[in-house]
Design a protein around this ligand. Sequence first.
Ligand SMILES: [Zn+2]
Ligand SMILES: [Zn+2]
Length: 527
Amino acid sequence: MNIFDQNKVCKYCMDEIKPCKDEGLQCFECNQMVHLRCLKRGSVPGGLHGDVFFTYKCTECSASGVEVFIRNKTSWMQIIVLVLYHLREKRPGLARRGFFHWRHHVASFIDKNWDIIFPPDTKMKKKWRGTIAGTLSHFNPFIFVSGTSIFNEPAWWTLKYTSLSPDVITHIHAEMINEKGVLKSKKLKVPSDAELFGKVLTLCVDDQEYLQTFIVNTTQVDIKDDYEKVPVVKKVVRTKRKGPTNSLSNPKKLFKAGTASLDIPIELITEPEEKLQTHPTCTKKEQETERTENIKLYDPFCHYNTSLNKLAYLRGTSLYTKLTGGIRQEPFLSPYSEIYLKPYIRRDTEIFPPWLKLMAEIQLTVNAKYDSEYELPPRAPLDYTYVQPEHIPAINSLCNQFFWPGIDLTDSLKYPDFSCVVLYKRLIVGFAFLVPDVSHTENYMSFCFTRPGWRNCGIGRFMVYHLIQTSLGKDITLNVSINNPALFLYQKFGFKVEKVVLDFYDKYLICDYNDKSKHAFFCRLER
Ligand SMILES: [Zn+2]
Ligand SMILES: [Zn+2]
């Protein structure tokens, strides 16, 4: 299969197959191409963006009449490029200034989608996470770019060439290895991988649009100096095209000039002037458009919405469903991150909430009358889970009872990653929610609640801890009533009071907000 061949058209729609824009798979029987979007099954198995690492047989060639996809053996470099490419396109909101955390985002995505990414029966080697870290460093800075200088933490990574698809990067890398072999056999000086990759790239791709390198959105560190240290970047960004070297005299073109459209993904920029000097082809306007297209922002107070219709609905719900919610035993797909979430965040059998203590005492006293040897049976665990549709009626009911009427948390099902629901058997004893992406750098904590009788034993603390863990790299903000003791918990986690919002709860309170003040502190945890 040769993607350098430019005159391929899709056998179904007859439109051109365009690398990085509108890619396709080639049937290994009839050799015809099919756009990923024109596949009969709708998308490739797993649905990863830009994933063409399959051996494919079209419906017409397949004996069963069903398309066949066999996962190819892929290198770790290819897999990481694929995951970063997918996350950039589909989950830009997870990123911190365009960078993804190698363990929490990349490794955890691979972990959850192992069966999709690898051929069947691929064994998970013990140190596979270490391999990811090693691979990222090995291909730094010509395929991957590290965010170390920005975050003072060597955990954040992104793709150097934001417009190149995993398939194209694979081909350029293969070409580079090939080139290395040629130079070696001719006993010529072999440049560094980074230099050679840059050379091959500029020879194979002569459209500047595709040579855009990642630009960080930063106000703290001027990364210009950082780029100066890397010779390849300068060449790629600033020179139109290098003259061919001996062995590269007949480069194959990846793209025809002029095939690029304007919607190339460019990283966000806040202060245009300095950065634009290093990357002359992007204008502020383009970046702004890109930003608004990439990230959907949520209203921080969307969980506070009240509606009278909802009130009527809630009255009709049975007491049983208002109090309880089940737990699913299988992992489920988050519509937000497209990651499989585990059924349990944590199962706790250690802590003894006051309510359970009271119940245990009653049980002991009553039973001791008849059996002096009586021992308490082991207690059921407290289960920390992600929010599920079956929890919503009970959570809404608790919110209506303890906060204000008409609250509806159905919206939280769109981003279950940012939730924590605590169950004792089927009884909901606590919950906490974040609204993600209320701004480009901020998630908002809308509710954190523990049932009376279950407080002061660490449930709230773990829920807040969990939510902080899910928002790596983003500030968390919240409003808390000025006489709510939960403020101390937030302060322990590093939340700082930023301002006082007078009458914050006024607009929500239909009846008295029990003993809480209607004024609120606006607090922020800076990351
Ligand atoms: Zn097509
Ligand atoms: Zn075919």
